[in-house]
Design a protein around this ligand. Sequence first.
Ligand code: KG4
Ligand code: ZN
Length: 407
Amino acid sequence: MITPSVGFSLSQWNSYIDGYSRICTSGAASFLGTGHRERRILPIRDGLGNQTRGQEGKIAIEFTLFENIMIVLGIETSCDETGVAVYDSDRGLISHEVYTQAVHAEYGGVVPELASRDHIRKLPVLVKDVLEKSRTGLREIDGIAYTAGPGLAGALLVGTSVARSMAWALGKPAIAVHHMEAHLLVPMMEDPNLEFPFVCLLVSGGHTQLVHVSGVGRYQLLGQSIDDAAGEAFDKTAKILGLGYPGGPALARLAEQGTPNTYKFPRPMVDRPGCDFSFSGLKTFALNTWNDSGQTEQNKADIALAFQDAVVDTLLIKCKRALESTGVKTLVLAGGVSANQALREQLQVFGQEKGVRIAYPSPQYCTDNGAMIAYTGSLRLMAGESHSQNTYTVKPRWPMIELGPPA
Ligand code: KG4
Ligand code: ZN
């Protein structure tokens, strides 16, 4: 894959190869937290010809691979958040911005075409802004990571086009990132002591999964929702209660005003073995309870609390099963619903009782953001992942178990 470019003598190339192996070694050391700052550039062909620095009259294009310090620009556009970040493997997250599209509120849900257009409008502004705030020159960026799926096809294409065009123009690797993998790994960005293996409860608007994680790209699915995701159930129930869109955070806030045990919602699928979930029945239960109530503000808050309790309880029961079946002692919460305070508190109590370590990201990294994409891109680049060759392909549906270790 790596070949010397025209213009370099064999001895020069040998010294690059020598540097290359040292870079790989020190890169691994840095990954383990013991590396030192060193920066090298490998000359390689880029598939467009023998273009490289050092050749007069030709465009300079080179790929920077296997450094022990990686600065990665991350771009997230899978749904209704435009996220951009710069992550430095040495200094951590340097700068990030998230823009949440307001245009969907009046429709009560995300309108894909409007999402794509808003990403087109906002992404270039955010990229410029984040790069300026990070004080990072474009030439210092070692790779550009972007969400390639799962998500809305048009929205994904916006981020993919911008990221891959920039990567091409700069001669840097473009790294296609799986959105859910980024949710799953971002807790490690803030907590460097978090180690594999762990069980991850991934709870977002589109997914509810329990995953055994033994390394980057090493995922075993333990269970998942057979219908609505937990976030989707929060949003639909919030809509029933007239709380607008996206309703998850609003419902959680309202639940704080609820009186405990006024209503009792079912805990779906807990009587069946395994770690699968089903949340669609809960929203129907909420609708019926609301219709049968006096429809006062207090009824609304009581229903919100009863619904949230049912979701949290059900998630907790399945997490316990996942931990028991794997023997793992660390549980990581990730995805938009992991911002839910009641869920965090319940899991913390459980963790303290049972000696299980509970980890979750700060709320700003629970919901969609560019930092998780930049971070995942940097982990994969540092572990040896190369430029993603899949051109402008996006994957609106992309099971996470299709992923493998960096390659
Ligand atoms: O991960 P995310 O930002 O997007 C997806 O990948 O889907 O998750 C968004 C979901 C929405 O359904 C939203 O209502 C839910 O996360 N959410 C919450 C809270 N914050 C966000 N649900 C319950 N409580 C919260 N505090
Ligand atoms: Zn997400």
